[in-house]
Write a protein that binds this ligand. Structure first.
Ligand code: NDP
Ligand code: OXD
Length: 308
C-alpha cells in the first residue's frame, strides 16, 4: 500500500519530509506510482478533474490546506473515501498577522498615508486605540478562532460569528444566520475567514455589505465566492467603505483586466494570507493517518454534509 503525494509545487520536498519522518511507510510522488490501484492514501492539493478516478483502492485524502471545497461534489472521489483537512499547521499565526496588518492599517492610517504619498502630501493623523475599534471575525474555527483571540489579546473590541455556539475569552461570540445583519451594522473592521459552502456563498452580498457603517474596512481571507466583489468596489468608490484587503477572489489569479487592480482603496494579496508549512503539515498528516488507521477520531475529518 502506497501513501502518494501530489502537491501543486514542491512534491519532492513533501515526499522527503514524509519519508524522513515515517521510514516504514511507502511514500511516493503520485507520478512515480506504477499501479494507481496500490495507492491507499494521498496527500494532495492537486484536484484536476478525474485526478482521483484511477485510485480505485483509495482510503483517505489528506488535503494540503484548510479549505476543501475543491474536493467536494466530485464524480471521481467516492463518498466513502475519508477527506481529512489540515488544522492550523502553521497557518493560524500567519492568518492572525494578516488580520493585524489590516487592523493596524485602520488604527494608524497607513492606507491614508499610501494615498497621500501619491499627491506628495505630508499629513500626520492621530492613531486610534485598539479598544476603540469594533472588529468582527466571521468564522471561529481553527483559524478564525485563533485570529479573534489574538486580536482580543491585543486589546481590540472583538466579536465573532459562527454556526454553532462558541466561547473565546474576551470575544463576544454570536452564532446563527439571524444574528449576522445586526452584527454587521456595528462592525468597523470585518474579517471573513469562512469556508466556501453553499451557505457562505455570496454571504457578503450588496445588501449585507451596505449594512456596515460608513467608514468600515473589509478583509476577506476565506474564499472569493463569499463576497460580491462588484458590490464591494461600488461601496469603495462611493465612499461608504474606507477600504478593503482581499486575499481571495471569485477567479484566481485575479484577471489582469479586472477593475479591482486599479481601485486605490483596495489592497490585493495573491491568496497568500497563510501558507501551508510542509514540516508542520506532514507531522500532522502522519498523526492523523495513524489515528485514522486505528479507527480513532480524527480532527479535521470533513463532514461532507456541512461541506467543511
Ligand atoms: P474551520 O472549519 O475550522 O472553521 C470554519 C468556521 O466557519 C467555523 O467556526 C464554522 O462554524 C464557521 N462557519 C461555517 N459555515 C458557517 C455558516 N454558514 N455560518 C456561520 N459560520 C459558519 O476552518 P479553518 O478555520 O481552518 O479555515 C477557514 C477557511 O479559511 C478555510 O475553509 C479556507 O477557505 C480559508 N483559508 C484561507 C487561506 C488563505 O491563505 N487565504 C489559508 C487557509 C484557509 P462552526 O464552528 O460553528 O462549525
Ligand atoms: C487553504 C488555503 O485553504 O491555503 O489552506 O487557502
Amino acid at each position: 500500500m502506497i501513501f502518494a503525494v501530489a502537491a501543486t509545487t514542491q512534491t519532492r520536498k513533501w515526499v522527503e519530509a514524509f519519508r524522513s519522518r515515517a521510514p516504514d511507510l511507502r511514500v511516493d510522488a503520485l507520478e512515480d506510482v506504477p499501479n494507481p490501484g496500490d495507492v491507499a492514501w494521498i496527500a494532495t492539493w492537486e484536484t484536476a478533474p478525474g485526478r482521483f478516478a484511477p485510485l480505485t483502492n483509495l482510503r483517505a485524502v489528506f488535503a494540503m490546506g484548510a479549505g476543501v471545497e475543491k474536493f467536494l461534489g466530485r464524480d471521481d472521489l467516492r463518498d466513502d473515501v475519508a477527506l481529512i483537512r489540515l488544522n492550523d499547521a502553521g497557518m493560524a499565526v500567519q492568518m492572525a498577522d494578516y488580520a493585524l496588518y489590516a487592523a493596524l492599517t485602520v488604527l494608524r492610517n497607513f492606507d491614508h498615508y499610501d494615498r497621500d504619498k501619491a499627491g506628495f502630501t505630508w499629513r500626520p493623523l492621530r492613531p486610534r486605540s485598539p479598544s476603540s475599534l469594533r472588529v468582527t471575525v466571521l468564522g471561529l474555527g481553527t483559524l478564525g478562532g485563533f485570529v479573534a483571540a489574538r486580536l482580543a489579546e491585543r486589546g481590540y473590541t472583538v466579536s465573532g460569528w459562527s454556526r454553532s455556539e462558541k466561547q473565546i475569552p474576551n470575544v463576544r461570540a454570536v452564532h446563527g444566520a439571524d444574528s449576522l445583519d445586526r452584527l454587521l451594522a456595528e462592525t468597523e473592521l470585518l474579517i471573513s475567514i469562512l469556508p466556501s459552502t453553499p451557505e457562505t456563498r455570496n454571504l457578503l452580498d450588496a445588501r449585507r455589505l451596505a449594512l456596515l457603517p460608513r467608514g468600515a474596512y473589509v478583509v476577506n481571507a476565506g474564499r472569493g465566492d463569499q463576497l460580491d466583489l462588484d458590490a464591494l468596489l461600488n461601496l469603495l468608490d462611493n465612499g461608504h467603505l474606507r477600504g478593503a484587503q482581499l486575499d481571495v477572489f471569485p477567479t484566481e489569479p485575479l484577471p489582469a483586466t479586472h477593475p479591482a487592480w486599479e481601485n486605490p482603496a483596495l489592497r490585493i494579496t495573491p491568496h497568500a494570507a497563510a501558507f501551508t508549512l510542509i514540516d508542520e503539515a506532514v507531522e500532522q498528516m502522519l498523526d492523523k493517518l495513524a489515528r485514522f488507521e486505528r479507527g480513532e477520531k480524527v480532527e479535521g475529518l470533513v463532514d461532507r454534509t456541512r461541506c467543511y
